[in-house]
Design a protein around this ligand. Sequence first.
Ligand code: ATP
Length: 599
Amino acid sequence: MSDVAPTPAGSAATADRSVVRRLLHDPLGAVALGFLALVVLAVTFAPLLTPHDATTAVITDALAAPGEGGHLLGADSAGRDVWARLLFGGRFSLLGALLALTVAVVVGGLSGLVAGYVGRWFDTLASGAAAVLMALPGIVVLLAARSVIGPSAWWAMAIFGVLLSASVFRLVRQTVQSVRGELYVDAARVAGLSDTRIVLRHVLRVVRAPIIIQAAFIASVAIAVQAGLEFLGLGDLTLPTWGGMLNDGFSRIYQQPLLVVWPALAISLVCLALTLVANALRDALEGTGSARRPRPAPATSAVQAAPAPGAASADERTILQVEGLRVGYAMPDGTTTEVVHGVDLTVRRGEVVGLVGESGSGKTQTAFSVLRLLPEGGAILGGRVLWKGRDLAALSAREMTAVRGAQIAYVPQEPMSNLDPSFTIGSQLVEPMRVHLGLSRVQARARALELLDRVGIRRPEQVLRAYPHEVSGGMAQRVLIAGAISCRPELLIADEPTTALDMTVQADILDLLRDLQAELDMGVLLVTHNFGVVADLCDRVAVMQDGLVVERGATRDLFVAHEHPYTTQLFDAILDPAQVREPYRPPHADARPQEVGQP
Ligand SMILES: Nc1ncnc2c1ncn2[C@@H]1O[C@H](COP(=O)(O)OP(=O)(O)OP(=O)(O)O)[C@@H](O)[C@H]1O
């Protein structure tokens, strides 16, 4: 078995390179990009491409036809060289568009990022401002601004950038909100990465693509609007501009129609090229996200259990104490719905505690309260979560970040969704170790290799270079377990760690968890609905129903004798004879059933 599914050569190449490749393979996109590059080069090196000055009028050359008097594309009504004006005018058009674009992306992008990620009052305020900006008629605002600040193309474009920033804001805010809910962002938080790091690393990367696409459209709109203002005579008449040329040509359209054609061609071709590049970029960026996911491959590993830890008193060994925990969610009608109603729980060092109950009984809410990672709208309404005697609610965000990932680690239910598809597995393992353990990149990489080996991955080097879609679900869960134990946590919270996995892999993962727990002397809070898993791993168990712990005790005792009807119901569910499958019978009625393992 290979640890990594076969992928085309160079699968570890960066996504960026693949975007450029896809873009260049799109014929329209490549031609448009080439054209834009030519325009930029031409306007940059304009003095080398024409001997004429763009503003010098030679009245004897007025309305000269192309080729006449040394004028490549002719001369305008004042005898100024059209080719030179196109080249120098292009500078102002492109720089004006760049200014509008920069303002729109900086103002809209930053505010969208903060509003989408942090939310709260800033989101309300910024969303209101964006709605007002979008409701304003752009041209009217620019005309009003011109009457106040005069015919400055730069100011006009800066103001236009502010108006356009509303659309960037909405796009970025919406994208960030959707990323913020991704499990891999929660996983990064659990791994102890700060918000700044999460934004820089996971969020910006996702926001980048829509911004780039939007940027090309914004630039084309800015060029068109700028030209429109200049055409109306509202621009700076002292500068050579494409819109100004259009204005001049329009007034002489019957004498020299080509004077309209050249600037119109320049404006429309550049706008068209920007739109085509935006479309090609969108296709290229979308294409990179469509990597196929291989079939899960059975993972195999046998890790050696370490000797049991030395004895210590029960109190000394208590690391987590949950007392009277109540969790609630704010409802749209202003009320609060309580979903956990006073849960008590303790976990000792080196002990596995199972939190068992049917779906919706409040297990995950209890676990997330310990991590202080309740979803939006959720809050601890009462009770305490004591971590080694310290109330976690009293810790600052920075202190909590130091606890999460380093002291309390988390293994999620859905391994694939908890890995960021944009980064290699190696980079996702290395980052938290650099933050928490202060390791250099090389040291963290070496430790990541050791950890992958430790969790039973056969070709750690290869897996380190792989992207999440290139590994199986079981392997992804091993990677997450490696990440969770990378900082030698004292408590591991595992939320249904095998539910999403293939049956053949589940037992391996449970074995691995048991071995690592013993080796690291970790406390484990195991959230599950499966009494089989409880029997396999847990020392003690708490049974939850409707947000309450209805029964608790040592696993062995509870299996022998339980009192609460709900516990009986859960046991009955797993021991229901109706669920025991009939032995396999071959299609021929008279054939005898085969023994397991018989060929
Ligand atoms: N974001 C939320 N808003 C409102 N209620 C929620 C939210 N998340 C969970 N709940 C409610 O909290 C209760 C407990 O949910 P919890 O996720 O803890 O269940 P669970 O026992 O872990 O089940 P599962 O195994 O299905 O995750 C449920 O009734 C659920 O509807």
